[in-house]
Design a protein around this ligand. Structure first.
Ligand code: SF4
Length: 378
């Protein structure tokens, strides 16, 4: 029996590009949103294979640029194509400054029950440096509006490791974020591709380079502080109140099937992986021609590739990977196959092993890549 499917819908529009952004998003293309929504519905219809949805996630870009009517149309289509329980986790990413209480009330009535806010920082200077279009006050207001409109599951995204951001400044943002009472927090280190404006500013000497040691200190400070505040650190970058772990992202980390629809969306079902085109014009053009959205890559992942993904994604979770599950899924005895690597990583203090399975240590969470490559297929 096929597992339940996690549905991802990519909304690649933003008012303007943040200075660090390398996501697939397009600024000043809001006029294309109505056609894009129709194209998304069409792609969904063509690619849905039935079954039951375990979660629905509108990610971006800035999904909150879609009107409630547009989000509702997509949800109605999804509910007609799949079996969807009324309470299924249904998330929308939104940016402060693009949502208000009326808007949030309308989308909550559509069955959207989880709001993920791109807060990033609660310091106005840092927000300006990141090129965010909102202020800290707007971020606070967005959380209040979410509560007033009945959202009981709110997640905040924050960024650390920002040039010039001191440890105390990061702590201030974190403390204030916790005071806002989110059920879930995602903390990401600033990661800069060469071609983004912030990298250029650093190259020109306008800002100090990212300090990786300081970023590691900020991460560890967050681990300690959030534990003291009762948040469960369930994945390298994610913390939640008990029971508020993100079901949608858990599907990725557990290598459950997911269907991605829209520009640049990825899917992986039954060992078949597909990435849609990243080109918005091409996506819209194919829709006008009544053709299926083109794939950028489309491949079968072999058994070895699936095993490696399951190890890497599973190790991202604090509970790690279970030997029994790996044996059931892949017929592989991890200790038999990777005994030397595991012993070495345990010796280096990066990995913990017990009779149940493997998990990253606190140090291993900081140096995950040092661990992951040791399990690469031969
Ligand atoms: S809001 Fe997100 S997707 Fe949009 S430009 Fe900023 S970082 Fe990129």
């Amino acid at each position: 029996m096929t597992d339940d499917i996690a549905l991802y819908l990519h909304i690649p529009f933003c008012h303007s590009r943040c200075s660090y952004c390398s996501f697939v998003s397009f600024e000043r293309r809001e006029a294309d949103i109505p056609t894009y929504v129709s194209a998304l519905e069409e792609e969904l219809t063509r690619r849905a294979g039935g079954g039951r949805l375990s979660s629905i996630f509108f990610g971006g870009g800035t999904p909150s640029l879609l009107s409630p009517e547009q989000l509702g149309r997509i949800l109605t289509r999804a509910r007609g194509l799949f079996s969807v329980e009324e309470t299924v986790e249904t998330s929308v990413e939104g940016n402060p400054g693009t949502v208000d209480e009326r808007y949030l009330d309308s989308i909550r009535r559509l069955g959207i029950n989880r709001l993920s806010l791109g807060v990033q920082s609660l310091d106005d200077e840092t927000l300006a440096l990141l090129g965010r279009t909102h202020t800290a006050a707007q971020a606070r207001q967005a959380v209040h509006d979410a509560r007033n409109s009945g959202f009981a599951n709110v997640s905040l995204d924050l960024i650390y490791g920002i040039p010039g951001q001191s440890l105390p400044a990061w702590r201030d943002t974190l403390v204030e974020a916790v005071r806002l009472g989110p059920e879930h927090l995602s903390l990401y280190p600033l990661s800069l591709e060469d071609d983004v404006p912030l990298s250029e500013t650093i190259r020109r000497g306008g800002l100090p380079a990212v300090d990786l040691d300081l970023a590691a200190d900020q991460y560890e400070a967050a681990e300690d502080y959030l534990a003291s505040e009762g948040y469960h650190h369930y994945e390298i970058s994610n913390w939640a109140r008990e029971g508020a772990e993100c079901r949608h992202n858990m599907a990725y980390w557990r290598c459950a099937p997911y269907l991605g629809v829209g520009v640049a969306a990825h899917s992986c079902i039954d060992g078949h992986r597909r990435a849609n085109t990243r080109d918005l014009d091409e996506y819209l053009h194919k829709f006008q021609l009544r053709e299926l959205c083109p794939a950028e890559t489309d491949e079968e992942i072999g058994a070895e590739g699936q095993l490696w993904e399951a190890i890497v994604m599973g190790l991202r979770l604090t509970r790690g990977i279970e030997f029994a599950r790996m044996r059931d899924l892949f017929g592989v005895d991890l200790v038999g196959r990777y005994g030397d690597e595991i012993a070495e990583l345990v010796g280096q203090g990066l990995l913990e092993k017990d009779g149940r399975g493997l998990r990253l240590t606190r140090r291993g969470r900081l140096l995950g890549n040092e661990v992951f490559w040791r399990f690469l297929p031969q």
